[in-house]
Design a protein around this ligand. Structure first.
Ligand code: DX5
Ligand code: ZN
Length: 223
């Protein structure tokens, strides 16, 4: 059986007790943390900047997966990422919908230069073929299975067609990217996702709203 990566989304964590929340992740053999940055522009919600991430990385050893749901303006493109890069994330994900081709190229260069996994996200209404020219360079593709913006939404199963498309392309062309899914993941939807070819799953409310974090993590892997 393939080892599925589970990345808890700290968006659903209790921020008044983040230390305990990270401890729950650690005790559940979690290796990755998913960090949702929202700007109240690209999405209708506002979350956190780099300071909380800095505190997380200084007190733990997780691989960090930053999911930027933001619009980034061209003149400050590189500057915007500076404080996040200092946190040494393993992977950075930008939404394909917010970037011009030139900006995708800049983002790719930035990731290469800083030894960060290059990842892009696609919202539910975005066609997956938009990524065709980048598939050979991507380290990860994040398929959104809810509209980006909020935790606790219902899984949109139609996006599994995109997962299948990515899985087929990966196999046929020996591409290296990981297929990640984000939104509405629970013990039922994780099974559908894994069957379609997902290799990494983000889960927020399903894990953090539970009293038995470890059991829930296992239920996702063994779905
Ligand atoms: C939504 C975020 C997700 C969210 C997932 O825009 O990108 O990472 O936190 O939360 P759940 O698992 O509750 O759908
Ligand atoms: Zn996310």
């Amino acid at each position: 059986m393939k080892d599925i990566i589970i990345a808890p989304s700290v968006l659903s964590a209790n921020f008044a007790d983040l230390k305990t929340e990270l401890k729950r992740c650690n005790e559940s053999n979690i290796k990755w943390i998913h960090y949702d940055v929202m700007d109240h522009d690209f999405v209708p919600n506002l979350t956190f900047g780099s300071k909380i991430l800095k505190d997380i990385v200084s007190s733990s050893n997780f691989n960090i997966d930053i999911h930027f749901m933001v619009k980034v303006k061209t003149p400050v493109f590189e500057d915007f990422f500076e404080e996040y890069i200092k946190c040494k994330p393993k992977m950075m994900t930008m939404h394909i919908e917010t970037m011009s081709n030139e900006e995708i190229q800049k983002f790719y260069n930035l990731c290469i230069k800083n030894n960060i996994m290059f990842s892009v996200a696609v919202s539910p209404k975005t066609e997956i073929q938009i990524l065709d020219n980048w598939l050979d360079k991507l380290d990860n593709v994040l398929v959104m299975s809810v509209e980006p913006g909020f935790g606790g939404q219902t899984f949109i199963s139609e996006v599994l067609e995109k997962v299948k498309y990515l899985a087929k392309n990966k196999k046929d062309n020996k591409f290296k990217y990981i297929i990640e899914i984000d939104g509405g993941i629970n013990d039922q939807t994780s099974k559908q996702a894994i069957d379609a070819g997902v290799e990494m799953m983000v889960a927020g409310s399903y894990l953090f709203e539970s009293d038995n974090f470890k059991e829930k993590v296992e239920s996702l892997k063994n779905a």
